[in-house]
Design a protein around this ligand. Structure first.
Ligand code: IPE
Length: 249
């Protein structure tokens, strides 16, 4: 099984609410369509999520109107992604994490994965996304696409895990590292950036910490530039692109 994440910075203009990059969404969908089997797709929320979340003070403040507005905004982006996949000939179906995830202290505590497994088995492509979610200890919170990727990849023992963002991998002195383990973290931490635009889920640092957790569980992943044409296709074929995050030898 493969898990692919496409960051919100590829699909949207992260500085402007509701600004979808329709051309990029279709390009990514077309690349996925070459190899859509046995795949779970997760996409980021981009400006559809980060801007309303910030506006309503999520996740720090519980705010029902903020929850509703943020969720319905990310669902709109999910609709656009599904439409593009359908146009590319892929049988894509939405899975909204708000309805099937429970957090505890901001981390996924339970996740109804059975329908997702069934979809994959029956030739459908489940399309999940970063979302707001209920939290057993904090009322509500935000579940990033990256956290969803690690949870799903571990639970379903994925063979390929690829996280697409808008840079060439984990950059050190401007160059992408070919591979990275938890041991390398102290020496590169100072160089890790947040994110351009509004980001409530931690930018590259947050992403890398999720991938390192996954590596600890024995599952390798790659962080790659999904904005470069052909890279989504390469990532789905398991080709070595970007930065590979793995367990130390
Ligand atoms: C964030 O999801 C979810 C919300 C803000 C509601 P992600 O963290 O996965 O989104 P991107 O990839 O940074 O846009």
């Amino acid at each position: 099984m493969k898990v692919l994440k496409i960051g919100g910075s590829i699909l949207t203009d992260k500085r402007r609410i509701g600004a979808a990059r329709l051309g990029e969404i279709q390009r990514v969908a077309d690349e996925i369509a070459v190899n859509p089997e046995d795949l779970v797709l997760v996409h980021g929320a981009g400006s559809f999520g980060h801007i309303p979340a910030r506006r309503y003070g999520l996740p720090e403040n519980f705010n029902p109107e903020g929850l509703r507005a943020t969720h319905s905004s990310v669902v709109k982006l999910n609709d656009l992604v599904i439409d593009a996949l359908c146009k590319a000939g892929v049988f894509a179906m939405p899975v909204h994490p708000f309805s099937c995830v429970l957090l505890r202290d901001g981390r996924i505590d339970s996740f109804a994965l059975k329908p997702i497994e069934e979809m994959v088995r029956d030739g459908l492509l489940p399309v999940l996304h970063g979302d707001v979610a209920m939290d057993a200890t904090r009322k509500a919170g935000i579940v990033s696409g990256d956290q969803i990727v690690t949870y799903v990849a571990r639970a379903l023992q994925a063979e390929v895990v690829a996280v697409g963002c808008n840079v060439d991998g984990v950059l050190f002195s401007g160059e992408p590292l070919r591979e990275l383990t938890r041991k390398d973290l102290p020496s590169i931490e100072g160089a890790l950036g947040g994110s351009a635009g509004v980001d409530v889920t931690g930018g590259m640092r947050g992403k890398l910490l999720e991938m390192l957790d996954l590596a600890d569980a024995g599952i390798m992943s790659v962080i790659f530039n999904a904005g470069t044409e052909g890279n989504v296709l390469r990532a789905l074929r398991g080709e070595p692109i970007g930065t590979m995050v793995r367990r130390p030898n």
